[in-house]
Design a protein around this ligand. Structure first.
Ligand code: NI
Length: 132
């Protein structure tokens, strides 16, 4: 990919915010920070669109956490048209790994994944999507 240089004019407050972003994320320079922000915007746009996509929500959670199995089950039944299959693996005494295959509009899958991943007791969660 070829690199293009361009000048940027920013208010001092915005520049301070940008420098903070550079420091917090340990970017070597402002260009890297701007690149990262634009990429994030691209991903966000892709994930919020009406495109039909397929993917998987993968979560690891502690099934001893109060009501988590019931809540997870309720959410999945509520969004049943989006869900193709669910694989549940008992990892150890307390942890479960669930892989939920999904298909639908990107923004609907993103909302569904957010609901699941933010449940109390979920250690890790990730949604991967690809165009169908
Ligand atoms: Ni289990």
């Amino acid at each position: 990919m070829s690199v293009v240089r361009f000048g940027v004019s920013l208010e001092t407050e915005i520049m301070s915010e940008l420098d903070e972003y550079v420091n917090v994320n340990r970017f070597p320079n402002r260009s890297q920070a701007i690149r990262s922000l634009v990429e994030k915007y691209g991903v966000e746009k892709k994930w919020q669109c009406d495109n039909e996509v397929a993917g998987a929500i993968v979560v690891v959670y502690n099934h001893h956490k109060r009501d988590i199995n019931t809540k997870l089950n309720d959410i999945q039944h509520h969004h049943q048209p989006l869900i193709l299959s669910v694989q549940h693996v008992h990892l150890d005494h307390e942890n479960c790994l669930e892989t939920i295959a999904v298909k639908g509009k990107a923004k609907e899958l993103t909302q569904l994944a957010d609901k699941i991943i933010t449940l109390k007791g979920v250690h890790h969660g990730k949604l991967v999507m690809t165009r169908t």
